[in-house]
Design a binder for this molecule. Sequence first.
Ligand SMILES: [Zn+2]
Length: 97
Amino acid sequence: MKRKILWQNQGVKKGSAVVRVQTLARAEEILALCNKYGWKVIVGIEPDKPEDVSDVERLLTPRATVTDKPKVGRNDPCPCGSGLKFKKCCLKKYEQR
Ligand SMILES: [Zn+2]
């Protein structure tokens, strides 16, 4: 028998993130994450389908890019490990944002 389990946190309406996961543990992880940020999410558990959490990843991405810039001084060694000073190496990449 095939069962489709749908989980949702409080106050979910249309326009929520909709994700699909394979395990209950993963569903709980996604729910905990969304509750933390106050996002509305619907988690479907479908063990025989590939995981799809792109809706939640999309919500996470803007935050991730904001905090992406490393805490490195301009004259410190570049975090990429090139041995150059940060200002002569990867600094430009971060300033282009
Ligand atoms: Zn670099």
